[in-house]
Ligand binder design. Structure first.
Ligand code: NBG
Length: 829
């Protein structure tokens, strides 16, 4: 309907891709001069970063619009990925690589005296997540876009991401991470897109014109959710998807009662409090804290997202029954489970659909991904809290539960035990709503994140539900990682070396790495391969030196464990092993010591602020570092480093530098792990337990290429039982380590008492004592193998060549085919 002439003029001035360096420079200068109101004479690295990123962002916005228009026009099925965490990291490098403009930008800024690498470093991480779960969501939005799926992420726009970690006197100290000091170049504020969200209030019963009894939730406090969009560019495609994050703002409605009573200041400050809802990310990984503010975050985000989704659907004028044909919603863990209840409320209370009809649509729409079996991580909300905050939702939960229990009763008559086991409502004091059960009941598919984990949930926490629904509802989708960020961007040296042999197709189709295997025995290639590794170890050494002053030798074996600090991840096993090695080395003559493989043990990761035991582990690592690094006997044998404030950007430096990385959780506790995939993809080998995705990594790369040790998942329960009733046997080697710590050699041993006691007298829940000797044995083999550089290089190359399966592109295709039933919808370039 728009006249051709208008369209032609528009097209003439519409922004295209950068065709060369000059086009980039033109935009760069324009942004410095106008957006930033600066000039060449006061353009520092930060301003240059901002101008560069805004120049790139402008292109993304145009492509973003085109993508959204196309999807609206063709009215294809869309996927919505609901995640309370998106651990995106930095955006500029990724955006330049995905749009293939990095070369122009590099040359472009060089003419003005800037190094592109320095500008990239100016960007603060968007650290809106805790660990693997949040980073998985970030990899998934990259793959959704790269695979041309019409897929949006929905989350919260926290003003404070995961805290910054300082290490002071060996202890973790948390500092707030206000990442928006200079705004974000990547954010498109959508102030016009807002949804009013209610909390508290009451349920009113009424009879409608047709005489039907209805309920309506009203009279509560209103908070406004306002949208911000972050474009997500695909790699090698014109598709740019959307990540929509909500902020809470005061609603327009003003408390006139207070205002008229003369309490102006208080009525404003009460409104202000609305903003606290989305202010800060809860800093717990794999732990449920059950706080009301967290429940408010969840509901605000879920209600705003569903309002948005339903509004978009209504525009298509389709009948409600087509809702699940047009929309798939994936629940990233149970955090967004209220979406199930909210959609049912929209259908029944607002759109007045019959319950059963509405419920079938709801179940067909949702899929639920479980990310943990740890009991302390499974979300439960106290019923009184729900009743107060979301009274209508609680009623709907009761009804969902009632109909479900009737179904169970019909299938298994007279099994009251079963009914109470599967009920959404746990009969505790106070009663609690078990969110995982609600998520299962309200979804058509439930998936775990690695084969072992998906099997385990069927046998343990969700066993009864397998009996009720049959096995088909429960499937596996093994996690993946995006090869763009975790190989191409983080390790351009390796990416280029690989491309020199097999071309660069693997960045898009990671399975092409298989063509690399034929070069595994090529000695020249092996040398080049190890040279890249050496370079990356130098780069990490430089980071460590600048941060802590500790000097690392890149010829030494780099043994790395970076991840959240958690007892189940067993950093304590690692550091106790390090102490054992130190004691052993101390007892040797200098000649003997020289024959041992020299090692660097590097740790990094955050502890939840309230997790005392994890904080003790951090202190122990730092205290060991202090002693070992200052011991002249160790100069050429051992270094122990704790890298402060581990985050996505540091991961990009650390991961390419490992010879060995540690993935040593107690078997059956780590659902998948994803850094294990990143390390192997970058040519590092793994020491690991038979847990999570380690199992599938082993299957793909071969057991000769991984150092597995320790008890198996199906032995763990028995061993715990034995610990409980027969006590814990601390072996000779571990006892030596305990004695050393207790001698005071690391400082006041009191500090570590609780940690050592939890093993020796506290039931050793994580099986440190049981796996200690096997762990040392595996490390011993590694020390031996590392000496044979050629063989090591061969293993490394073979492993990388077999990692194609672990691309998040594959994972996303699995979701698309097995759960969402959506098709790619590419936009023409
Ligand atoms: C984490 C698991 C990891 C897994 C990621 C992503 C939670 C609740 N779970 O093993 O601990 O890799 O999820 O699936 O954070």
């Amino acid at each position: 309907t728009i006249p051709l002439e208008s369209r032609q003029i528009w097209k003439k001035f519409s922004l295209g891709e950068f065709g060369d360096k000059q086009e980039f420079q033109q935009e760069f200068v324009r942004h410095v001069e106008t957006s930033l109101a600066r000039s060449l004479y006061n353009c520092d690295d930060l301003a240059a970063y901002q101008a560069a990123s805004q120049a790139v962002r402008d292109r993304l916005v145009v492509a973003w619009n085109r993508t959204q228009q196309k999807h609206t026009l063709t009215d294809t099925k869309r996927v919505y990925y609901l995640s309370l965490e998106f651990l995106m990291g930095r955006a500029l490098d990724n955006a330049m690589l995905n749009t293939r403009t990095k070369q122009y930008a590099r040359e472009g800024v060089k003419d003005f005296g800037f190094r592109l690498e320095d500008l990239i470093e100016q960007e603060p991480d968007a650290a809106l997540g805790n660990g693997g779960l949040g980073r998985l969501a970030a990899c998934f939005v990259d793959s959704l876009a790269s695979e041309n799926y019409p897929g949006w992420g929905y989350g919260l726009r926290y003003e404070y991401g995961i805290f910054k970690q300082k290490i002071i006197d060996g202890y973790q100290v948390e500092q707030p991470d206000y990442w928006l000091t200079y705004g974000s170049s990547w954010e498109i504020p959508r102030n016009e897109i807002s949804v009013d969200i209610m909390f508290y209030g009451y349920v009113r019963h009424y009879t409608d014109d047709e005489g039907v009894h209805r309920r309506c939730w009203e009279g509560g406090d209103v908070v406004r959710a306002v949208a911000s969009d972050f474009p997500v560019p695909g790699y090698g495609t014109a598709n740019v998807n959307n990540l929509r994050l909500w902020s809470s703002k005061p609603a327009q409605e003003f408390d006139f009662a207070k205002f008229n009573a003369g309490d102006y200041i208080n009525s404003v400050s009460e409104q202000q409090r609305a903003e606290t809802i989305s202010a800060v990310l809860y800093p717990n990984d794999n732990f449920d804290s059950g706080k009301e503010l967290r429940l408010k975050q969840q509901y605000l985000w879920v209600a705003a997202s569903l309002n948005d989704i339903v509004r978009r659907f209504k525009k298509s004028k389709r009948p409600w029954r087509e809702f699940p044909e047009q929309i798939a919603i994936q629940l990233n863990d149970t955090h967004p489970t209220l979406a199930i209840v909210e959609l049912q409320r929209i259908f029944v209370d607002l759109e007045q659909l019959p319950w059963k009809e509405a419920w079938d649509l709801v179940v067909e729409t949702f899929g639920y991904t479980n990310h943990t079996v740890l009991p302390e991580a499974l979300e439960k909300w106290p019923v009184p809290m729900l009743e107060n905050l979301l009274p209508r939702h609680l009623e709907i939960i009761y009804d969902i539960n009632l109909y479900f229990l009737q179904e169970v009763e019909a299938k298994f008559p007279n099994d009251r035990e079963l009914l109470s086991r599967v009920s959404i409502i746990e009969e505790s004091q106070p009663q609690q709503a078990r969110m995982a059960y609600l998520a299962i009941i309200g979804s058509h598919k439930v998936n775990g994140v690695a084969e072992l984990h998906s099997d385990l949930i069927k046998k343990t926490i969700f066993k009864d539900f397998v009996a009720v629904y049959g096995g088909d509802k429960f499937i596996n989708v093994t996690n993946g990682i995006t090869p763009r960020r975790w190989l191409h961007q983080a390790n351009p040296e390796l990416s280029d070396l690989i491309a020199s042999k097999i071309g660069s197709g693997f960045v898009k189709d990671l399975s092409e790495l298989r063509h690399l295997e034929k070069f595994a025995d090529d000695e020249d290639f092996q040398r080049q391969w190890m040279l890249v590794k050496h370079k990356r170890k130098e780069k990490l050494a430089a980071l460590v030196k600048s941060q802590s002053g500790v000097v690392l030798n890149p010829d030494h074996l780099f043994d790395i464990q970076v991840k959240r600090i958690h007892e189940y991840k067993r950093q304590q096993l690692n550091i106790l092993g390090v102490i054992h090695r130190y004691v052993e080395l101390k007892q040797m003559s200098p000649e003997e010591r020289r024959k041992m493989t020299p090692r660097v043990s590097l740790f990094g990761g955050k502890s939840a602020p309230g997790y005392y035991m994890a904080k003790t582990i951090i202190k122990l690592i730092n205290d060991v570092g202090k002693v070992v690094n200052n011991d002249p006997d160790m100069f050429d044998s051992l270094k122990v480093v704790f890298v402060e404030d581990y985050n996505v950007s540091k991961a990009e430096i650390i991961i390419p530098a490992s010879d060995i990385s540690e993935h040593i959780s107690t078997a059956g506790t780590e659902a998948s792990g994803t850094s294990n995939m990143k390390f192997v993809l970058n040519g590092g080998l793994i020491i690991g337990t038979v847990d999570g995705a380690n199992v599938e990594i082993t299957r793909e790369i071969g057991e000769d290429n991984i150092y597995l040790f320790g008890h198996l998942a199906d032995e763990v329960e028995d061993i715990r039982h034995k610990h409980k009733y027969g006590g814990v046997q601390v072996g000779k080697k571990l006892q030596q380590v305990f004695d050393f710590i207790q001698s005071g050699a690391l400082g006041d041993p009191e500090i570590y008492t609780s940690l050592l006691h939890s093993i020796k007298y506290g039931g050793d829940y994580y099986l440190v004592s049981d796996d200690f000797d096997a762990y040392l044995e595996a490390q011993h083999t590694i020390n031996h193998d590392f000496k044979d550089t050629k063989e090591w290089a061969r293993k490394s190359i073979v492993s990388v060549s077999r990692m194609g399966f672990f691309s998040s592109d594959r994972a996303i295709r699995d979701y698309a085919e097995g759960i969402w039933n959506v098709e790619p919808s590419p936009v023409e370039e």
